[in-house]
Design a protein around this ligand. Structure first.
Ligand code: NAD
Length: 368
């Protein structure tokens, strides 16, 4: 079941959230929310999402995922998230982002980064207004995490470690990617280097399938030119929900929350689910998949590449450090979590939560 409406009674626990803020600015039409979940490990880093249907529950769940992700990655950062309620295709983005940046100026414990519907140019505007953001353009000293494919690289590293846990060889394996955006596109390309064949991909406009394989670079070019994967000629169009239950070895959700739920979890044929998106599966769906022997590497372990890159940038590190740091940390965490899950016969998320929570709780003991 998908989690319900945010209330403090239902969602506050021993970690947070520390602060929940609604923002409204009538002149620009800005409607936004920010959640700072926990700052025991350091100032909260988390993306700014722009979507018409985003809810406070979603922002809170994403903020918590960032607390866990940053702690699991051993970063000196806590977790937060924010969202602007607007359709990124129709909104006056520069005006809204500038209004948003001014509205969060007082949230000094929150460092915004890019997320769905925002990018490095948005982060440049936020930096201009309040001097605090990550995922900046190169010209401002940033390491463009989406351009270099930081998260996609980490997902491919995660797959290499996870594959033996589900009896899978990456060479010759197949992958279906939901959301052929920054994360999905780069993950497909890096997995391709390990011998994995892309057989299905989707975006907000539709999904395509070709069991013989889809050329990742060509698909990226089609999407860039036409705006959608559906214009790719050498694959058949399928309804969006069908992508999740296709025959394939790896399923890689990289778009919206809760797209894997109890309704489709029973029908998923993949042996490995790599959570590229944040919170792409409901808790009950993960339980069903675990019972069926499907290995699910949780979001805050598998997709930490982007925030590791952002932390390197924030600390003044170089682009050359990034891939080494991402590979090392994600490989180590995937191994620890999947071994603990196997040995203790628990869901990978339970094992991952234990790892991350231990780190946050230890950091909290040092706070006033
Ligand atoms: P993006 O905006 O670049 O790409 C998202 C893609 O999903 C787009 O192609 C969009 O058309 C598609 N999409 C939207 N709704 C869809 C739907 N209902 N069905 C299928 N496709 C749909 O965003 P991104 O940066 O790739 O982020 C994707 C997800 O990964 C988000 O959950 C984000 O929080 C998470 N994430 C991103 C990063 C990063 O480095 N960018 C890091 C960690 C996690």
């Amino acid at each position: 079941m998908a989690p319900t409406t945010f209330t403090t009674e239902r969602f506050c626990d021993d970690l947070g959230p520390q602060m929940v803020v609604h923002l409204y600015e009538p002149r620009s039409g800005l409607r936004a929310m920010a959640v700072i979940d926990n700052t025991a490990c350091g100032p909260a880093v988390g993306g700014v999402r722009m979507a018409a249907d985003v809810t406070l529950t979603e922002v809170y769940r994403l903020a918590r995922a960032m607390t866990l992700k940053n702690a699991a990655a051993g970063l000196p950062h806590g977790g937060g998230k924010s969202a602007i309620v607007a359709d990124p295709a129709k909104a006056d983005k520069p005006q809204l982002i500038r209004a948003f940046a001014r509205a969060i100026r007082h949230l000094v414990d929150y460092i915004p980064g890019p997320d769905m519907g925002t990018d490095e140019s948005c982060m440049a505007v936020i930096h201009d207004e309040n001097g605090r953001s990550v995922g900046l353009p190169r010209v401002l000293g940033g390491i463009p995490l989406d351009e270099i494919g930081a998260t996609g690289y980490g997902l491919a590293q995660c797959a290499e470690v996870a594959a033996p846990f589900c009896g899978l060889k990456l060479q010759g394996a197949t992958v279906a990617v939901e959301g052929f955006g920054n994360v999905g596109r780069h993950a497909a390309a890096f997995l391709g280097k390990a011998g994995v064949r892309l057989v299905a991909a989707s975006d907000s406009r539709g999904a395509i399938y070709n069991p013989d394989g889809i050329d990742v670079a060509e698909l990226a070019s089609v999407k860039r030119q036409t705006g959608s994967v559906t214009a790719y000629g050498r694959a058949k169009q399928i309804p969006l929900p069908e992508l999740f239950t296709l025959p394939c070895d790896i399923l890689l959700p990289a778009a919206r929350p809760d797209c894997i739920e109890s309704g489709n979890a029973e029908k998923i044929q993949a042996k490995l689910v790599l959570q590229g998106a944040n919170i792409p599966a409901t808790p009950s769906a993960e339980t069903i998949l675990h019972r069926r022997g499907v290995i699910v590497v949780p979001d805050f372990i598998a997709n930490a590449g982007g925030v590791i890159c952002a932390a390197v940038e924030y600390a003044g590190g170089s682009e050359a450090d990034v891939f080494h740091r991402i590979g090392g940390k994600i490989r180590e965490n995937t191994e620890v979590v999947l071994k603990r899950s196997r040995d203790e016969k628990c869901e990978p998320r339970i094992a991952a939560l234990a790892l991350a929570r231990e780190r946050v709780k230890a950091a909290m003991t040092f706070r006033r």
